[in-house]
Design a protein around this ligand. Sequence first.
Ligand code: NAD
Length: 498
Amino acid sequence: MTSVLPEQSTVRESFESLNPATDEVVGTHPVHSREDVEAAVSKAHEAAVWWEALGYAGRAERLRRWKGVLTRRLAQLAEVVRAETGKPTGDAQLEAVLAIEHIDWAARNARKVLGRKHRAPGLLLSNNDATVEYQPYGVVGVIGPWNYPVYTPLGSVTYALAAGNAVVFKPSEYTPGVGQWLVDTFAEVVPEYPVLQQVTGFGTTGDALVRSEVNKIAFTGSTATGKKIMAAASERLTPVVIEAGGKDPMLVDADADLDAAADATVWGAFSNAGQTCIGVERVYVHERVHDEFVAKVLDKTKDIRGGADSRAQYGPMTMRSQIEVVRSHITDALARGGRALAGGLEAVGDRCVQPTVLVDVPEESSAVREETFGPTVTIAKVRDMEEAIAKANDTVYGLGSTVFSHSRGTEIARRLRTGATAINAPLAFAGIASLPFGGVGDSGFGRIHGPEGLREFARPKAIARQRFPAPLALTSFTRSDKTEQLVSKAMAILHGRK
Ligand code: NAD
């Protein structure tokens, strides 16, 4: 295993990552101190100079090789993910596959998106050659969650690397082994400098990274932590991108394909035990098709089961404490008059929560307003899509959303206050590498993925080069009255017309 610790490190503490299905110890990792983090960031600054100098083609070649390693060892990676998260290996493979697509896209498109481009200089300064290029920040600190420990942090790591930055990555304390696996495989294709390093530990290690001399922080995790990170980053005016929580709605119109919508609901709500930032947590269905839709969802739910065995469609809750949040949301929903048509309080076990479908849940319930992050879904009847849009948008969050409608999909999608919307299929935007990903409101700001994701990790650098002296000297004390009169006349012709 490649050591990511600075030589002068003084690690005293360590922690264990556990298999959530068995509590078996998967690995032991250091709790990196503030000094360790600062030393890692200092090394990263040296590495960043070398990495940037490789240029787009050199970096793309290394990223291409990394992608090859990940692809050839997909089964091994899926096993590492399964051990720390408890998710089925098929789901672990799926998130890795999507991450590989992103590495490929970012590597192939970085020059096109970030490279030097000419801009029109305008009439007054037409003697200039105007260009803009996107230069790397230097060192990016990436702080990740545990729910998709490959796909989610690599959405920042990959784009930051492709843009020419070195990265210091702090994975979730639940999935440090996955992070180490990614860093080690990267070091196989980039052995020269520690361009991608990992620091491990809890919130204090993450906080040390935010307060260190990184040039940008990319955070993915809960809204509450995102707020703390933004406050800490403000001390050094370090820019941040915040990818936080969600309460994603699905809207089902009267003309929707109800089988497809029910299938997407069941997948969107229950896969990965509902521990998906863009998981479907609430559904608004047109009254004309509501009952039929609910019947279809219940029918499909019968075949879904969470468990630690290989036949279960999803695994245990990765973070045990989330079980209490799920239980409290179901309790609140039932106490306010909601009904569990599948699952319910008895579905909440010690490690696993079975699929729970709630109806008649008042909009002010925690199950409708707060992120549940468990395999539960609320389904509500609406008069029409106007009511559905209003209810979908009545939230502090705004990450993803889904619309099922034959005739009005795009129109409805455009009116949803979320960073992305999938129409007639679940979560599709997350798998399309060219599309930006990110939120609105309490779901955060900034974008990963696509051209916007590359630009998130680079600073625009504007250059104006004078090609020949201006016929009218505007920015000189030699400027004459005649020049000023000419400028005034020219402006009247150009912009002064009524
Ligand atoms: P979390 O906020 O508890 O932790 C995320 C990371 O932040 C961890 O690595 C943690 O150690 C670190 N951290 C905690 N306190 C910190 C501090 N004060 N300073 C710096 N770092 C600190 O979130 P989680 O439980 O790991 O992940 C689940 C959450 O992530 C959910 O809310 C989910 O919606 C969200 N999420 C969002 C996206 C997205 O793209 N928007 C993707 C996946 C998950």
